[in-house]
Design a protein around this ligand. Structure first.
Ligand code: SAH
Length: 253
């Protein structure tokens, strides 16, 4: 891949497994002068950054310490203006809950060039991990990507629509919002035994799968004490019992 000097390439790094990087993503990383990366980028992928490239950690956490967005925008602009080939490395796909637009707008305002390399979003890795598919003939004709919280707190959604039988949603940033989500969905008529599967650290060596039901979700998450990033797959159970950890399989017994 060729770079224009002084531009930013937004690269989706995928869910963590370096084999889930695209070839385009790998080439962009290998050709970078500066890599500005998120907190969720796995160590295996960080290891692919050339030793000569500068690495800037722009870590952000929903509720924890974070780099202000304005500072990230300013860094991208300053580095590109100085002529660097900048790679902005984001977890999953940059276009899914990645605040991509804000960074693009900062570059556009500065008259700087950018391009976007798509990545495998973590929900795609999560659904693959449980042997399921997002859409299925006769079950659901669409899937929603939703966030558990947004700038204002727990995010609001069309709960009535989500609560309909057969609906499937991938919930990002949903761990802390689980009690709220489950409450809203049950209140709007979702069946208490609707399957929900949490996939923590999807595609990584420490991946964990927690299969439960909507009614049990908050308690199951508390008990499992997930520490890594997790996707909640609403409306989906693991296809095969063997895809489930023994401790979790008991829930189905
Ligand atoms: N752009 C990213 C999402 C960023 S929001 C993407 O496309 O995947 C951050 C949220 O992504 C986390 O709270 C978690 O819900 C999810 N996430 C990121 N990496 C993950 C992984 N390896 N396993 C499970 N969830 C992950």
């Amino acid at each position: 891949m060729s770079f224009n000097p002084g531009s930013v390439t937004f690269v989706g790094a995928g869910p963590g497994d370096p084999e889930l990087l695209t070839l385009k993503a790998l080439r962009a990383i290998q050709g970078a002068d500066v890599v500005v990366h998120d907190r969720l980028i796995s160590p295996e992928i960080l290891a692919l950054i050339p030793a000569a490239a500068r690495r800037i950690d722009a870590g952000k956490e929903g509720f924890g310490p974070s780099t202000p967005q304005a500072q990230i925008d300013a860094t991208l602009v300053a580095e590109a203006r100085a002529g660097a080939r900048v790679v902005r490395l984001k977890a999953g796909d940059s276009g899914v809950f990645g605040r991509l637009d804000e960074e693009i707008e900062a570059l556009e305002a500065a008259g700087l060039a950018y391009d976007i390399v798509p990545g495998i979003t973590s929900a795609a890795a999560a659904v693959a991990a449980i042997g399921q598919s997002f859409t299925r003939r006769g079950r659901n004709s669409g899937v929603r990507l939703v966030t558990g919280h947004d700038a204002k707190g727990f995010a609001d959604h069309d709960w009535r629509a989500l609560a309909r039988p057969g609906e499937v949603a991938a919930i990002y940033m949903g761990k802390r919002a689980a009690r709220f989500l489950a409450g809203r969905l049950l209140m709007h008529g979702a069946a208490p035994d609707t399957p929900v599967t949490a996939v923590e650290n999807a595609s990584r060596p420490d991946q964990r799968i927690l299969a439960t039901t909507l009614a049990r979700l908050p308690a199951a998450l508390d008990e499992a004490a997930l520490v890594g990033p997790a996707i909640l797959l609403f409306g989906l159970a693991p296809r095969a019992a063997e895809a489930v950890l023994p401790a979790v399989a008991e829930e189905f017994a």
